[in-house]
Every structure is written in structure tokens, then in C-alpha cells.
Design a protein around this ligand. Structure first.
Ligand SMILES: *[C@@H]1O[C@H](CO)[C@@H](O)[C@H](O)[C@H]1NC(C)=O
Length: 454
């Protein structure tokens, strides 16, 4: 009756791609080739199971994500181009990245994304959206680490811009010889750092002050090549302050991170979380109970700990959620209830209050919790363990739920209420699935409760 499931689960990476990626990663010394190979073998988007975490430059501004391309209010020519390329709906990274990239005033972005996540299409869309075709000068500049990668990106520009012929593209790559002095008319330039540097500074083919969007693609590959890092930084330096800076990288080692910080001031950040990483920063416990009243008592015992920060409590049905909220209120605890029968406005109001910290505890079901992104949530309580429609342990939903905590390296806490043999079996299955220990917690033992708080 409740249908409390994430309705749009992402599918796993296809086995072919996985195998291929595994093969590619055997040759780490040539990341540019690896990246290009990934691009070439891919004909459609890879739907990965990674969760995305978004860190906004201004945490108070609302977090927009889109589920359709129409919501982005693209120019019709571009929307036509998007559909023409076979994109039906935004990929995971596009859902979050596109609203930021297309915002006015422009926002800067550092995003982690692998090939196949729709990254190139996203930044190409951002470039094409910000071009004024009436102006016959370069307005968007994209640098890629190699000739071949630049050509690949160019192809996406050509496809995406198929119905927008007023916008022209030039390749700043080796072999494309140009005369000094005459400004080029193409609004979009894609190239490698060396040639772009020459076009800008030696040959003066473009006016850096007129660049409105600067994209640095494959930053991890970029810094692996001698000289590219310096050239990139020198290019970035001569661009105007209000130029939108976008940087992408498949990985984020310290070196990449440092480089990204020099290229992109005041960035929004989008990172992918891997399952293993997600769970590494989360302490997981379970509490053994007999029934729901017992679970409620356990909850009251740990209430002090969970309300140090903010907590979300997940119940299996609306009915249990409502019952629990009632019991908690009777105890004098101030809790918020987010329930399926509320109108959108009511839900928005509840979420907003929770965001502002007016309530420390939010009781909800899966379906309602979707899309709620509250930075301060550091405790998740599974009042009921997640089950799929057939009543089997729902590993993915478990990860979705507790993955809200422990973000950006902060430590999170997950507490699972178990009642009876069946739910113990579910817990064991989840434990096995993620291969991470879920430790027993005695909620009558004050010392133990203290311990989990630290
Ligand atoms: C969750 O993982 C366990 C252990 O790997 C497995 O037995 C169970 O079938 C999984 N549940 C689902 C719904 O896939």
C-alpha cells in the first residue's frame, strides 16, 4: 500500500563495460589513452550505481536538481540537439550539475565524473547555452589533455549544436596552423593547453577578456603530462574574474584536488561516492528488540545521542511513522513527520524546518525521503530495516538511507532496530552484502551509548 521504494533505481554498469574498464585500468601509465578508449567504446550512457554528493559554495541556496531536460529551459535548438543525441533524461551527474552550470549568474564547478556519465554532454551544453551567436568572437574555451580527446569533445559539440548552426567551433590542436593577429570568429574553441596557450598569448587569435566559459576536462590526465599543469594555470590567470570555470576529473587524488583549487575559485563540488567509501565513514550498530514498543523505548534511551546533530528515522509504512511520531511527541520530544499523504507544500515546509534545525529528528518513509539533502544529518535510524516488494533485504535502499550521513569525510552513525528472527536475518544479509560489521548495541548501557557518540 505504501509503495515506499525508490522508483527510479539506477541500473548497474554493463558487464562488457566493466570488463573493458578493468582491462583498461591495467595500463595506468597512459590515462589519456584509457580515457579515450572508454569514450570510444561507449555508445550510450553508463548508468552507474554511485551516489553523488554535492557541496554547494553557498549552502543556503536551494539545491536544484532536474529530472528532465525541459526543466532547464534550454534554447529549442539545443534541446533538439540533446534529444538528437539520444539522451532522454539527465544522467545522475547531469541532474545536479546542469542546473549549476546553466545558472545565472554563472557558477563555478569542480566535478568528479568518469567517462560515460554524461559529463561531456553537460559541459558542452553549458558552453553552447552561454554563447551569444551574434558575437563573432571566442566566448567558450575548453582544454583537453590530448589531441584525440579534444577531437572527441569537438564531436559532441558538433552533434549537440547540429540545430544551432550559427555557433561555430575551432580546434586549437597541433597541425591547425594559424596566422598571427587576426582574431578568429568561432565562438567555441576546443584544444590542448599548448596550442590554446599559443593562440591566446603568442598569436593573439582570441581575446581572453571575452571568454565567458572555461572548461578544463580530464584534470587528472592533464596534470600527468609535463607542462600541461603550468600552461593551464597560465591560461586561467588571464581570463576575466567572472568567467565561469568548470573542471572535471575522473579521480580526485590530493594532487588533482590542489590543482583544481588553483583553476576554479569558489567552486561548487560534485563528487561520486563509491559504496565502500560510503560505508567506511559510517559506524553501524543494531539494537535487539521484541516489538515496536520496545524499539520506541530503545530510541528514547539513545535520544540524547542522536540529537547531538540531526537524525532521520525510517519506518516501513506511513502508519508506523505516524504512530512513532505520536509516541515521541507524547514523551515531549520535538519531532517532524514527513508523510506520503501530505501535499507538496506541506512536505516542503517540513523539510525546510528540518533544514533550519527547528526539529532535530525527522521521521519518514523511503518514498518521502527522496531528494532530501540535509548536510547536518549525521545519524540515521532504521526503525524498520528496508525490504523490497517481495520482503527481501533491500541492500540498495539501506545504502541510500545511511549514505546521507558520513559525507565529505565526516563520520556518520547508523542504528538499526531489529525485532525477531526475520529482521535479524535481514540485518545479517545486509551485513554480508556490504561486508561491513554491524555491531550490537545495548541501549540500556549508558557507557556504551556514550561511546557511540564519540
Ligand atoms: C542483499 O544482499 C544479500 C547478501 O548478499 C542477498 O542475499 C540478498 O538477496 C540481497 N537482496 C536483494 C534484494 O538483492
Amino acid at each position: 500500500e505504501d509503495g515506499d521504494k525508490f522508483d527510479e533505481e539506477e541500473k548497474g554498469v554493463s558487464t562488457d563495460t566493466q570488463t573493458f574498464m578493468a582491462l583498461c585500468s591495467c595500463v595506468p601509465e597512459d590515462r589519456a589513452t584509457q580515457s579515450l578508449l572508454n569514450k570510444l567504446i561507449r555508445c550510450s550512457l553508463v548508468n552507474n550505481t554511485n551516489q553523488v554528493e554535492v557541496l554547494q559554495r553557498d549552502p543556503n541556496s536551494p539545491l536544484y536538481s532536474v529530472k528532465t531536460f525541459e526543466e532547464l529551459r534550454l534554447k529549442p535548438q539545443l534541446l533538439q540537439g540533446v534529444y538528437g543525441m539520444g539522451f532522454n533524461r539527465p544522467s545522475k551527474i547531469q541532474e545536479n550539475a546542469l542546473p549549476m552550470m546553466l545558472a545565472e549568474p554563472p557558477q563555478n564547478l569542480i566535478a568528479q565524473s568518469q567517462s560515460g556519465t554524461g559529463k561531456t554532454a553537460a559541459f558542452v551544453l553549458a558552453m553552447l547555452s552561454h554563447v551569444d551567436p551574434a558575437n563573432k568572437w571566442t566566448q567558450c574555451l575548453c582544454i583537453s589533455p590530448t589531441y584525440e580527446l579534444a577531437v572527441q569533445t569537438g564531436k559532441v559539440v558538433e552533434q549537440m549544436g547540429k540545430f544551432y548552426p550559427e555557433v561555430k567551433l575551432a580546434y586549437a590542436i597541433r597541425g591547425n596552423r594559424m596566422e598571427r593577429g587576426n582574431k578568429i570568429q568561432q565562438q567555441v574553441v576546443i584544444g590542448t593547453p599548448g596550442t590554446v596557450f599559443d593562440w591566446l598569448l603568442k598569436l593573439k587569435l582570441m581575446d581572453p577578456k571575452k571568454i565567458r566559459v572555461f572548461v578544463l576536462d580530464e584534470a587528472d590526465v592533464m596534470i600527468a603530462t609535463q607542462g600541461h599543469q603550468d600552461q593551464s594555470i597560465r591560461i586561467q590567470r588571464i581570463l576575466p574574474r567572472d568567467c565561469q570555470m568548470l573542471l572535471f576529473s575522473a579521480t580526485f587524488e590530493d594532487t588533482v584536488w590542489k590543482f583544481a583549487g588553483r583553476i576554479v575559485p569558489d567552486p561548487n563540488v560534485i563528487k561520486l561516492k563509491r559504496e565502500e567509501e560510503t560505508l567506511d565513514t559510517i559506524k553501524q550498530y543494531y539494537v535487539l528488540c521484541h516489538n515496536k514498543e520496545d524499539k520506541f523505548c530503545a530510541l528514547c534511551n539513545i535520544y540524547g545521542v542522536i540529537t547531538i546533530a540531526q537524525a532521520m528515522i525510517f519506518c516501513h509504512t506511513r502508519k508506523i511513522a505516524a504512530w512513532l511520531a505520536g509516541q515521541m511527541s507524547k514523551e515531549g520530544h520535538q519531532v517532524a513527520l514527513l508523510s506520503g499523504e501530505m501535499t507538496v507544500e506541506q512536505r516542503a515546509a517540513v523539510i525546510q524546518r528540518f533544514r533550519e534545525g527547528k526539529e532535530k529528528v525527522l521521521i519518514t518513509t523511503n518514498v518521502c525521503a527522496r531528494g532530501i539533502d540535509v548536510e547536518q544529518v549525521s545519524v540515521v535510524i532504521n526503525f524498520d530495516l528496508p525490504l523490497d516488494k517481495e520482503g527481501n533485504p533491500d541492500n540498495k535502499t539501506y545504502l541510500h538511507r545511511i549514505g546521507r550521513t558520513g559525507r565529505f569525510g565526516k563520520r556518520g552513525l547508523a542504528i538499526n532496530m531489529v525485532d525477531g528472527e526475520y529482521s535479524m536475518g535481514v540485518l545479517k544479509a545486509i551485513e554480508k552484502h556490504f561486508n561491513k560489521k554491524i555491531v550490537k548495541l545495548d541501549t540500556d548501557d549508558l557507557d556504551e551509548i556514550e561511546k557511540i557518540a564519540n
